[in-house]
Design a protein. Sequence first.
Length: 184
Amino acid sequence: MKVTPTDISGSLILEPKIFSDDRGYFYESFNQQAFNESTGLDVTFVQDNQSQSVKGVLRGLHYQLPPMAQGKLVRAIRGAILDVGVDIRKSSPTFGKWVGVELNEVNHKQLWLPPGMAHGFLVLSDFAEVLYKATNYYSPTDERIIGWNDKTIGIEWPLSGTHQPNISCRDLNGVSFNLAEMFV
C-alpha cells in the first residue's frame, strides 16, 4: 500500500496494490494490520457506511463532536467523487484548511480523515457509490454541519458556471465556519 500525506496534518491518501490481468483485477480494500503498519496509526473501525448519489449531489460538511468524533477512511466503489476534509482542530497547524482528492473506481484511492475533520463530497460522475469506515458510531446528537460553500474555508468545488449542487435541506442549513463548534 502506498501512503501519501496530504497538506492537512494527519490526513493521508492510501493507494492499494492492484493485481491486474486479462480477467480483471484484485486488491485488498482494507486490511487492519497493513493499514496500521503503513500509516503508523493504531485505530479501530467500528462502522461501515455506504451511500449512492447521482451527479451533482453534494453531501456535507459533516462532523461529530467528542467524545463521538469519527476518523473516516473514504473510497468510491463506483463512479467518481471529489472527497473533501476540513481541519477543524484549533490546535492543528492546518486549522481551517481543506484538502480535496478525487476518489473513483479506477484509481481506487482512499482518503483517511482523522477525528477533527469535517467531511463532504461532490459526485462528479453520473452516479457514485461511496463507502467509508468510521472509528466511532454515528451519534445524531453530536453531529454538526458546516455550510458547504463557506467563504472562510473557500473550498474549490468543481461546479461549472452557475451550476448549483443538489444538497439536502439539512446540509443547506449548515452553519458558517466562524460559528461552528470546533475541536480544541
